[in-house]
Ligand binder design. Structure first.
Ligand SMILES: *Cc1c(COP(=O)(O)O)cnc(C)c1O
Length: 235
């Protein structure tokens, strides 16, 4: 067995046991394999093991893999910071965007998503850690943004995403994940947006995120190994 296939099996087992401990059905949690900085070959190998959904952070790198691997029919999620001038590439190459945090980006994605494509699936990124984190809409501004995004024709608002600040404090992390779930539930109860997605949990904390209701966990290191940092001039 290759290292990657062993890693994938271990991650799937972790998801399953976290679900069982939380009294949840493992079928409710999707594994998003974050392949950023790894070559297309690694994606091909994971796909051969049955992995279908992949996450990328950098526009150029991600689009190159999407084009190169188009024949495999994989599902591609853009999860990185998104600048306006790169939105067209994301709108034309990806199936999901997890990192929408302002209306202008959402409007551009909707305009640039070709009418013959299915609407782009969207998660709004929420800053659940206050001052400690830079990306994401503030919880107090979420309702307004979510309602506006939900009206854009070529987008389909699916849910919320968060990346809590790095911390060893499990109680703090759980409270961040719980906040995201509460915000999602409030949006559904008040505005009937039907949001079915909570994108939260990475290699180090997927178990806590699942305990708090994650429906998508975004896992890089535990599947592909340690990343060599790219020079991140092209997010
Ligand atoms: C890199 C990244 C991940 C994966 O992180 P790991 O700790 O390697 O599992 C998940 N989500 C986002 C937004 C990322 O940028």
């Amino acid at each position: 067995m290759t290292a990657l296939s062993a890693n994938l099996q271990a991650v799937r087992a972790r998801i399953e046991s976290a679900c069982l401990r939380a009294g949840r059905d493992p079928a409710e949690v999707r594994l998003l394999a974050v392949s950023k900085t790894f070559p297309a070959d690694a994606v091909v190998e994971a796909a051969a093991e049955g992995q279908r959904a992949f996450g990328e952070n950098y526009v150029q790198e991600g689009c190159a893999k999407v084009e190169q691997l188009a024949a495999l029919g994989l599902e591609w999620h853009f999860i990185g910071p998104l600048q306006s001038n790169k939105s067209r590439l994301v709108a034309t190459h990806f199936d999901w965007v997890h990192s929408v945090d302002r209306l202008k980006i959402a409007q551009r994605l909707s305009e640039q998503r070709a009418p013959h494509h299915a609407p782009l699936n969207i998660c709004i990124q929420v800053n659940v850690s206050g001052e400690a984190s830079k990306s994401g809409v503030a919880p107090g501004e979420l309702i307004e943004l979510a309602r506006a995004v939900s009206l854009l024709p070529q987008l389909r608002l699916r849910g919320l995403m968060a990346i809590p600040e790095p911390t060893e404090d499990e109680g703090l992390l759980r409270s961040r994940f719980a906040l995201l779930r509460t915000l999602r539930d409030q949006l559904n109860e008040t505005f009937a947006l039907g949001l079915d997605t909570l994108s939260m949990g990475m290699s180090a904390d997927l178990d806590l995120a699942i305990a708090e209701g994650a429906t998508v966990v975004r896992i890089g290191t535990a599947i592909f190994g340690t990343r060599t940092p790219l020079t991140e001039s092209t997010p």
